[in-house]
Design a protein around this ligand. Structure first.
Ligand code: GLC
Length: 622
């Protein structure tokens, strides 16, 4: 203990330990990040500065562990995630003989596929084939545990995919924030809380890095898309290594996409942790409160936008490639709404919170009104759009966004059932993206962004369109696929997003858990049960793929990883929740009575305005 404290003191001074230092001024420290090696240099050269990387890195020595097994790093003694208990230090002799070649190999692991790995793959595949339906859950638990990533001996997350056969790991050996959510839920529901707590606190520390992309720094408060635990050699001592958390805020991600959803999921997870464990001490911590406020500040900041929806670039969520979802995509709005509600429950009312709570409340109201009114389509609304007048210049325009009826795609006129409806994918001036996006619709139900009537109608829609949305494997990420010229223009000819593959209407088993929460909320669990039964027939046999291809989800995705953790965890969460539906409460937001009242008065006002307008005011045409 004394040694470790000394080390910490050396780097940062004792003040770093105090959570209050995670306040804005400290969080805006001068640490510049452009790859972990730079940071490591910063670390070593910034003695005495309040460099948060130091908070994360800990002195330790470790034997090289093959990358896909690095999660099993031995406990050597490090800082705890909250930085309060102080580091532990042990000095087992066998743990102090690193092989520097191996350490370097650990830094360039992506290309390496060893024979050991292939043997492991063969064993794993064989095992997967042997499993019968009854033990699918056991197998899933075993695989989920194997995917755990350790940092300084403590579990901090789960690797995105643990596929030993894959020839290009890319960043699937990292812990993705969004991918960890179903893992976190599975662990919480199982009563295993430590990993979730560690994840929350460690990612919080990463949030405060100043990150740069070609000299530009994105907003403070951004949470990384993913992080990796790296073992690096110490300059000062050849025989010693340390573990560092190396985040990716999008500056290394394919396409340099901004992970807008990460911070939103983080808030949702924080609330679920508190609700499930009853341990509110985490959310009440000053650093956690500050982290939450930083995310909110970033999302609630004024911009040029006319809409209350969050304006983002393409690929800023689960669909993290160009797919024509820039602007105001539904998934981000549903997560945003959910995170605002969750944060409102958790924010402590100390000095300085009033303003943010006021901003949050007015945004909640405006956002739900906007989505419920303008994103909703069903047969009646489609017919209304079909007969829209355009070019209305007035405050009372019916066709506020100047949607040309010709935009209604031919497939939709056929596809829309008589009963049911859904929230469209995106709304911009003169543009409605009529595609059905599953996650956005499910989470609109869960978060209560959709009204109860709309929520039921979405589930009616899912039932009516089962053959398209579920087919052989739940659940289509979106529907329909972009094809031909549209695919070329919208995706830029992306060969990974060909029609009915991957993000372009591929089928993603992980979506099972969000579907399940939505169904439980609406008291219609039988829909999710049916979907789980379908998934069970193939998931284990197919080795838990990341996604499926073709219109009917018949093929395993062309570039899909096997043993994709969120496919495994998503299945487990669905099973656990169907067995104990009341536990879904940790994720669900209930209807807000203040909002309901405000809505009824706004609707009454707009009805009376419409009546008084008849035959009097004219729209101005320009
Ligand atoms: C893909 C998915 C993304 C996910 C990542 C890791 O890039 O599109 O949503 O987080 O893989 O599984």
């Amino acid at each position: 203990m004394a040694i470790a404290e000394g080390i910490l003191h050396y780097f940062s001074g004792p003040a770093l330990w105090h959570p209050i230092l995670q306040s804005d001024s400290v969080l805006k420290s001068n640490l510049s990040y452009s790859g972990f090696l730079t940071c490591t240099k910063n670390l070593k050269g910034s003695r005495g500065k309040r460099n948060l990387l130091k908070f994360d890195s800990c002195y330790r020595r470790i034997n090289y562990v093959p990358p896909w097994r690095s999660s099993r790093a031995k406990r050597l003694g490090c800082l705890s995630s909250d930085g309060l208990n102080g580091p532990l230090y042990s000095s087992g002799d066998d743990e102090f003989k690193p092989n520097s070649n191996d350490v370097n190999a650990n830094l360039h692991v992506n290309e390496v596929i060893s024979s050991e790995k292939l043997a492991a793959a063969a064993a794993k595949s064989e095992k997967a084939l042997r499993v019968n339906a009854d033990s699918i859950e056991d197998e899933a638990w075993e695989l989920l545990r194997e995917s755990i990533v350790y940092y300084c001996g403590s579990p901090v997350g789960t690797i995105a995919a643990n596929d030993p056969t894959s020839t290009s790991i890319l960043n699937y050996d990292q812990v993705f924030i969004r991918d960890f959510v179903p893992s976190a839920m599975a662990f919480l529901l199982k009563g295993e809380y430590e990993i979730v707590r560690n994840f929350i606190l460690h990612t919080l520390q990463l949030q405060s890095w100043e990150k740069t992309m070609d000299c530009h720094s994105p907003g403070q408060g951004l949470m990384p898309a993913s992080f990796k635990v790296r073992t690096i050699a110490l300059d000062s001592d050849d025989s010693a290594t340390e573990e560092v958390l190396d985040p990716d805020f999008g500056e290394a991600a394919i396409g340099r996409v901004a992970p807008v959803d990460s911070g939103l999921w983080w808030i949702i997870m924080l609330r679920a942790y508190g609700k499930c464990t009853g341990d509110l001490s985490v959310q009440e911590r000053i650093d956690v409160q500050t982290g939450m406020k930083m995310i909110l500040k970033l999302c609630l900041a004024d911009g040029f936008d006319m809409f209350p929806t969050l304006l983002v670039t393409d690929g800023s969520c689960m669909i993290d490639r160009r797919m024509g979802i820039h602007g105001h995509p539904l998934e981000i709005q549903a997560l945003f709404y959910s995170a605002l509600l969750c944060a409102r429950e958790m924010l402590t009312t100390e000095d300085g919170s009033d303003e943010i709570i006021r901003a949050l409340n007015s945004r909640l109201f405006a956002l739900s009104f906007h989505i419920r009114e303008y994103y909703w389509i069903d047969m009646r609304k489609l017919n209304e759009i079909y007969r829209y007048k355009t070019e209305e210049y007035s405050f009372d325009a019916v066709n506020k966004f100047n949607i040309y009826p010709e935009q209604i795609p031919p497939w939709l006129a056929e596809w829309m059932p008589e009963i049911g409806g859904y929230l469209i994918g995106n709304l911009q001036p003169a543009h409605m993206d009529f595609r059905f996006f599953s996650l956005g619709n499910f989470w609109s139900i869960v978060s209560n962004l959709a009204t109860p009537t709309q929520s039921h109608a979405i589930l009616d829609f899912v039932e009516a369109k089962w053959a398209d949305l579920v087919a052989d494997m739940p659940f289509k990420i979106c529907y329909p696929a972009l094809e031909d010229q549209e695919w070329r223009i919208v995706t830029g000819g992306d060969p990974k997003n060909t029609p009915w593959s991957y993000h372009n209407a591929g089928s993603w088993p992980t979506l099972l858990w969000q579907l399940t929460v939505a169904c439980i909320k609406m008291n219609r669990p039988e829909i999710a049960e049916k979907a789980v039964k379908i998934a069970e027939q193939r998931l284990s046999r197919d080795r838990w793929p990341e996604y499926y291809d073709t219109k009917g989800a018949r093929f395993i995705g062309k570039q899909a990883r096997m043993f994709q953790t969120w496919s495994i965890a998503g299945y487990l969460v669905a099973k656990l929740l169907l067995a104990q539906p009341q536990k879904a409460k940790i994720l669900i937001n209930e209807e807000d009575l203040d909002l309901v009242n405000a809505f009824s008065s706004i609707s009454a006002n707009s009805r009376s305005r419409k009546r008084s307008r008849k035959g009097h005011k004219r729209s101005y045409i320009v």
